[in-house]
Design a protein around this ligand. Structure first.
Ligand SMILES: *[C@@H]1O[C@H](CO)[C@@H](O)[C@H](O)[C@H]1NC(C)=O
Length: 361
């Protein structure tokens, strides 16, 4: 071995050691958590689900929690108050009502008493899963209102406080905000918007030392957290409960325009419902994974800017998003595997095929 290769080898070895050291340091600092002293957190959508779970966890860890609830006198809110320390404050906050955002802000400023508003977690969201042509206009609008415009409005209202604290804005997005599966037009449109909004804001807020973070879960199995979850109310998430997931679509289908219904036909509708139930069977019941991501985003010294629970799906998803659209289309069609064609595309009669007219013109 000549001198040159010896030096090169030694240099490479040194680089390797340094890189490993840096990685270990980074890993260690990622695990370091902040002290909750004088830190308060506003979480929206605490009536149930992830918001409910996160409010409890933050309270346990010693943060002062402002738990925004769609109905601060409802069952979920009452249960949350019972299960947590007296430090937790329920806040009446329908995020689509500007007046309630203003009132919440006044109330929070009033009760800060030396605390800073360290983080705002825009958790509240609604689901909307059906073929585009079956979704009533008001449901599409409601999805956009709650999932993105309300996030913008809440962020606008509280950002000055968060900037003063050099704190964090944590936004609930979804894997549907990077990959748009069929039957998710309204939902995906709202979640792509959340991600676009958050990424741009993150780069603006870097100047202020404010971190803007997205949590982008795959679908999780709906796990009943308590008795009150029996009430079905599509205005409150429970995003993936079987009844919501399929029931909402059934409601949409029942109300769809007659011409549209003839074009798609009952067999196709049933096939989409069946495809969705199949999808739900694959989902994970480990809701804590999502709450862990939220906790890390709020309370770790060095949060990530993007969390995708479960992380294994992040790899798959990111790789898929690098492929051509035509390949992605095929993969998603195969994953959905809808086993019927719309009526409009079926043979006209007795095996004769031809072009059918739409009944919905
Ligand atoms: C958001 O705020 C704007 C005005 O600032 C208001 O017109 C709009 O209704 C609000 N949207 C939602 C969904 O809260």
């Amino acid at each position: 071995m000549d001198l040159f290769s010896t030096i090169l080898g030694a240099a490479l070895l040194l680089c390797g050691v340094i890189a490993t050291g840096l990685l270990v340091l980074k890993y260690k600092s990622r695990k370091k958590m902040l002290l909750p002293t004088f830190k308060s957190v506003l979480v929206t959508g605490c009536d149930r689900g992830f918001g409910f779970m996160l409010a409890k966890r933050l309270d346990e860890e010693g943060f002062k929690v402002f738990a925004g609830c769609l109905d601060a006198t409802g069952e979920g809110a009452k249960e949350l108050q019972m299960d947590t320390s007296p430090k937790l404050e329920l806040i009446q906050l329908d995020v689509t009502k500007e007046k309630e955002i203003e009132e919440a802000k006044a109330k929070i400023i009033d009760s800060l008493a030396g605390y800073m508003l360290w983080a705002v977690v825009n958790n509240a969201g609604v689901a909307c899963h059906a073929e585009f042509e079956w979704i009533p206009k008001r449901s599409f609008q409601h999805t956009i209102d709650v999932n993105i415009l309300a996030v913008v409005n809440v962020t606008r209202a509280f950002l000055p406080l968060v900037r003063a604290a050099k704190g964090r804005i944590v936004n609930m997005a979804s894997m549907a905000g990077r990959t748009a599966t069929p039957g998710f037009t309204a939902y995906s449109a709202s979640k792509f918007a959340v991600i676009g909004f958050s990424e741009s804001l993150r780069r603006e807020m870097a100047h202020f030392g404010v971190k803007v973070i997205t949590v982008e879960p795959a679908i999780y199995k709906y796990v009943q957290l308590s008795v009150r979850d029996f009430q079905i109310d599509y205005s409150v998430t429970a995003l993936s409960s079987t009844t919501n997931f399929l029931g909402q679509c059934e409601e949409f289908w029942a109300q769809a325009e007659p011409g549209i219904k003839r074009d798609y036909g009952e067999p196709y509708f049933l096939a989409t419902q069946e495809a969705k139930s199949r999808l739900l069977q694959w989902t994970s019941p480990a809701l804590d994974e999502v709450v862990d991501c939220y906790m890390h985003a709020v309370a770790s010294v060095q949060p990530h800017s993007r969390y995708v629970p479960p992380w294994k799906l992040q790899l798959l998803n990111d790789v898929m998003n690098m492929l051509w659209n035509s390949v992605q289309d095929r993969i998603l069609a195969a994953v959905m595997n809808i086993r019927a064609k719309p009526d409009m595309l079926r043979p006209i009669q007795n095996g004769r095929t031809g072009r059918r007219r739409s009944h919905a013109t």
